[in-house]
Design a protein. Structure first.
Length: 63
């Protein structure tokens, strides 16, 4: 994500961007709680959204 953000910034420095990670199914990964990427000298923030698994939603017939 940070790589993409930097590439866009180099071409369009005035452009604002919001980055979102979408989890489509349940997971026990600790990354679900993470909304930053940090290495020495760099910090990147993003939003995290969790959605319901589509297979848990009721199905409706096609008309």
């Amino acid at each position: 994500m940070i790589d993409y953000r930097l590439r866009v910034y180099r071409r369009f420095p005035q452009k604002q961007m919001r980055q979102v990670v979408i989890y489509l199914k349940e997971t026990s990964s600790e990354f679900v709680q993470q909304n930053t990427f940090t290495i020495p000298g760099t910090r990147h923030e993003f939003r995290v959204t969790k959605t319901l698994c589509l297979s848990t939603l009721p199905s409706f017939p096609d008309y």
